[in-house]
Design a protein around this ligand. Structure first.
Ligand SMILES: Cc1ncc(COP(=O)(O)O)c(C=O)c1O
Length: 400
């Protein structure tokens, strides 16, 4: 729809020219509601990298629709093991990289097999919505630890994390780059967390699904790469799915850096790796091997969008404030200071869905720390986001 190869380089047809009608015709979940602008679920509106599309078409034409083969799995493992040192400075053995159907499945594995039954899950909030609810379904209560505001940013409240970990905790959930706050953690911020995790002898689930989506001036450092202790107590879960828009292909990488975890995994047998799909394995491998030029174009465009968007929020929505993500294509927008905000209280997303026909993610679903905020997906075109802002401005002004 919007990209072609020229002279060995991907050329993206002007993103600004992509229309709502074209996006609706694709039939993506994000655009499910007729008449409403979709800026909620974390999918991007920039189509598929041609190099990935070609590999998928070839796979289908060859009829590779049986069970995943060993070379397909190996291809994904080696592609990630090649990408990681170059982009994150993290050497991993391909054998440590296990195929999973999705990133959340890595969390489920930890909840079911790696932490004591009945132990709590400590979750700094705001957080990716399912993290607040999923652990309960596996017998683990979630303890939210609101992050602290530091000027326009957010930081871990280490005293509160310490107290929560002291009380029957089994797991600390980290997310980096962070959905929804858009932070890319510095190693210096991770070191005190490692100390607390070691002190309380708990484990870490590190969700790094957004790792390839980091903007200029920031670098993704995998938590497990920061020290021997972190490597030992962590399971890292990542995928090419967010950066290259592949979540429906159901493939992720769970990186097992703890020897005991790998032994347990091996004992569980091949069937535990049944969930990753053939197209997903191939698409992830191609993304890591050859998808960077396409991703660079996307990062260039979204990189400009994020500062433009924050400025426009300040200009068009008086009293509102938008975070500029350091990584991810998500911005959290604080609407508590907008005149009339008491009318929507902790449900500005619902208000805007109804009155502006703009579908966003309600901040309260990410934890009480983001009550009164909304999460906006910036993985779209600026003309579409501009229309969304106009509609929001009108609806909020009507309310005051
Ligand atoms: C931080 C984070 N983790 C996990 C997921 C879900 O990933 P998956 O579908 O691979 O489980 C998302 C999706 O948006 C996400 O943003």
């Amino acid at each position: 729809m919007n990209a072609r190869w020229e002279d060995g380089r991907v050329t993206l047809i002007d993103f600004d020219a992509i229309t709502e009608d074209q996006l609706r015709a694709v039939g993506a979940t994000k655009w499910r509601r007729p008449g409403a602008i979709g800026a909620w679920i974390a999918e991007m509106d920039f189509g598929l990298a041609p190099v990935i599309r070609e590999a998928l078409v070839e796979q289908i034409e060859r009829g590779q629709t049986g069970y995943a083969t060993a070379p397909m799995v190996r291809g994904m493992q080696e592609a990630y093991a090649g990408w990681s040192p170059e982009h994150y400075g993290w050497e991993v053995d391909p054998e440590q990289v296990r195929p999973m159907p999705d990133v959340v499945a890595g969390l489920v594995f930890m909840l079911d097999h790696l932490i004591p039954a009945g132990s709590t899950v400590v979750l700094p909030t705001p957080a990716y919505m399912p993290f607040l609810t999923l652990p309960q379904l596996h017998g683990h209560e979630v303890v939210q630890v609101p992050m602290a505001r530091d000027g326009e940013s957010w930081v871990y409240d280490l005293d509160e994390v310490d107290a929560a970990l002291a009380d029957n905790a089994g797991l600390l959930v980290l997310c980096n780059p962070h959905n929804p706050i858009g932070r890319v953690l510095e190693p210096g911020e991770m070191a005190p967390l490692t100390e607390l995790v070691e002190k309380h002898r708990v484990r870490v689930f590190s969700d790094e699904i957004h790792a390839p989506i980091v903007f200029a001036g920031h670098a993704h450092v995998p938590y497990a790469s920061t020290s021997e202790a972190a490597s030992r107590h962590t399971v890292t879960s990542t995928s090419a799915s967010k950066a290259w828009n592949l979540p429906g292909l159901k493939t992720a990488q769970m990186v097992l850096t703890n020897d005991g975890d790998r032994e347990l995994w091996a004992q569980m047998g091949d069937f535990v790796e049944h969930g990753a799909s053939n197209p997903g394995l191939v698409a992830n491998a191609v993304a890591y091997r050859a998808g960077e030029p396409w991703l660079d174009e996307v990062l260039g465009y979204v990189g400009e969008t994020r500062t433009w968007f924050a400025e426009e929020v300040g200009r068009r929505l008086p009293g509102a404030f938008a975070t500029v993500p350091e990584g991810t294509y998500l911005s959290l927008v604080d609407l508590r200071g907008v005149e009339g905000s008491e009318r929507w209280g902790t449900a500005p997303g619902e208000y805007l869905s109804q009155h502006a026909r703009v579908d966003l993610t309600e901040g309260s679903l990410c934890g009480a720390a983001s009550d009164g905020w909304v999460r906006v997906n910036l993985g779209s075109t600026r003309p579409i986001l501009s229309e969304a802002l106009d509609r929001m401005a009108e609806a909020l002004a009507r309310n005051s």
